[in-house]
Design a protein around this ligand. Structure first.
Ligand code: NAP
Length: 504
């Protein structure tokens, strides 16, 4: 076993982890390491390579404000371009020097005497760090349902987030299970190629028309030359997205016009009344993630495509039997069934003060943190895109940036004080969660009449930030030491009131 020592240990090299690594680098700090289980950077944008994979947030907003990219070729860029953006930044900031590829974190503990984290990895090494930062994200563990009889299936099956590019779908009989954000993007891409497409839908999504377009070369030239033009463009995207937050948060009547537009879109695209009925959701728009595609409905009207709303009763050697008894021949099954979200942190198997296991604690008490960034009892640990900081209406990269800034200000404070570590006060965390849960109870995710992966098994929303993202910016703008307990070197006490006195 090799033991490595570092100042800040970042886990994951997706948007969150890279953003943190870049921010540390630009502050002139080299005492950090990034653990990446794969062999390259990019996180979800490395893993998801399905046909049509793109971001449904405009690229000028779905990128770091401190690393604008004037070259985005399209309004909503495709996965290869987003991945390339991240790869280029990794090269620009020489992050390969600090990233340990193929190293997967499998647990760890907070040493209460040393005031250091000890993180263990699957290859048996240990990393000792004063601070740890989770950049593991929420959408990285594919959810593959256990279909009855799947073990007897002799065809090919894979998840959309692990697309098997070796499988030629031309002329094949393909079953797609799930109709969320991923399916809406790849179904139109494969519909023309496959022989038959059977789309198994548990509940339909609301889909709004979206016509992607190339950003004209003249505009790109302007963005290259003018930071102001880029900012104006980004801000216009930001504020138009923010306008949706009111409807999502307690004023769902305001979403009626959006829902009416989505209904009109279905009516325009789907002439068959039976299919139209199947595709029309019976819950308020926004309750599940709002989707956009100009081609999805059209793909479903093809004669070689059918939408099956009966659940799957059984998978046989080369077929799927639906609950109504209809058996359909199938060569390939594609799971578009999303990710383990509320249990997505299970891989981060760390124990904090008193040996309290994070995952077990969250399972028993609910996934609660302060600001989605820090958790009481887990000193010097930060979550990027932690609980309740996902969004249904704007760019999560915006949230990640606020979290990075907040985490760095906490680290700076600790470093400039005589304390070794900080842990957020339990009362602060409890107050924060009571406040956001009260707001979330009024949100469309809870009142809109649907079930979704935003909610945990008790129906509590552990995923979404309630409200405007600028409110999150305000909340995280300043680190308030009074909300924290300070852990001074062993024997020196733990009270934040002492900290000013013992500062160096
Ligand atoms: P998803 O939105 O969670 O959709 C999963 C689909 O699978 C749903 O239709 C769900 O039905 C269905 N499903 C799940 N388990 C099932 C089961 N056991 N049997 C039958 N159906 C089942 O997953 P996703 O499409 O992969 O997207 C996940 C998230 O990734 C998105 O919401 C989004 O945040 C992100 N994403 C983003 C983009 C982007 O452009 N930014 C693109 C793709 C994905 P129910 O609705 O009935 O649960």
């Amino acid at each position: 076993m090799t033991v490595h020592h570092t100042g800040v240990l970042v886990i994951g090299s997706g948007f969150s982890g890279l953003g943190m690594a870049i921010s540390l680098r630009t502050r002139g700090r080299d005492d950090f390491l990034v653990l990446e289980k794969a062999q390259s950077v990019g996180g979800t944008w490395r893993d998801n390579t399905y046909p049509g994979c793109a971001c449904d947030v405009p690229s000028h907003m779905y990128s770091y404000s401190f690393e604008p990219n004037p070259e985005w070729s399209q309004m909503w860029s495709a996965q290869p371009e987003i991945l390339s953006y991240l790869q280029q930044l990794s090269v620009k900031y020489r992050l390969d020097d600090n990233i340990r590829f193929g190293v997967e974190c499998d647990g760890g503990f907070w040493d209460e005497n040393e005031h250091r984290w000890h993180i263990t990895t699957t290859n048996g090494d240990e990393y000792v760090a004063q601070f740890i930062v989770s950049g593991i994200g929420a959408l990285h563990v594919p959810n593959t349902p256990e279909l009855p009889g799947i073990e007897s299936f002799t065809g090919t099956a894979f998840h959309s987030a692990r697309w098997d590019h070796e499988v030629d779908l031309t002329g094949r009989k393909v079953a797609v299970i799930g109709t969320g954000a991923s399916a809406v993007q790849f179904v139109p891409q494969i519909a023309e190629t496959v022989g038959e497409l059977h789309l198994y839908q548990r509940s339909p999504a609301w889909v709004l028309p979206r016509r992607n377009f190339d950003i004209p070369t003249g505009l790109r030239r302007l963005f290259r030359r003018s930071a102001l033009a880029r900012k104006v463009f980004r801000n216009s995207i930001y504020w138009s997205a923010e306008s949706l937050a009111i409807g999502l948060n307690g004023h769902s009547n305001l979403l009626r016009p959006v829902e009416a537009a989505a209904r009109r879109f279905i009516e325009r695209e789907v002439s068959d009344p039976e299919l139209r009925k199947k595709l029309t959701p019976n819950y308020r728009i926004g309750c599940k993630r709002l989707l956009g595609s100009n081609t999805y409905y059209r793909a479903l009207t093809r004669p070689d495509t059918d939408v099956i709303t009966d659940s799957i009763a059984e998978v046989r050697e080369r077929s799927i039997v639906a609950a109504d008894g209809t058996e359909r021949e199938v060569d390939v099954i594609i799971y578009a069934t999303g990710f383990h979200v509320t249990d997505g942190f299970d891989g981060l198997n760390v124990a904090g003060i008193g040996g309290r296991k994070l995952v077990q604690h969250w399972q028993e008490h609910g996934i609660e943190t302060h600001l989605g960034i820090v958790a009481a009892g887990y000193p010097n640990a930060f979550f990027l895109l932690g609980p309740n900081t996902g969004l249904g209406h704007n760019s999560v990269v915006f949230m990640i940036e606020q979290q990075i800034r907040y985490a760095l200000s906490v680290m700076d404070f600790v470093r400039s004080s005589a304390a070794d570590a900080v842990t957020v006060r339990q009362q602060t965390q409890d107050r924060f969660n009571a406040e956001i849960q009260a707001k979330l109870n009024k949100g469309v995710w809870s009142t809109g009449g649907c079930t979704s992966w935003y909610l945990d098994s008790h129906g509590a929303n552990r995923t979404v930030w309630p409200g405007f993202t600028w409110q999150y910016w305000l909340r995280t703008k300043k680190f308030d030491p009074a909300q924290y307990e300070f852990l001074l070197p062993t024997g020196a006490g733990t009270d934040s009131e002492n900290v000013e006195e013992v500062r160096i």
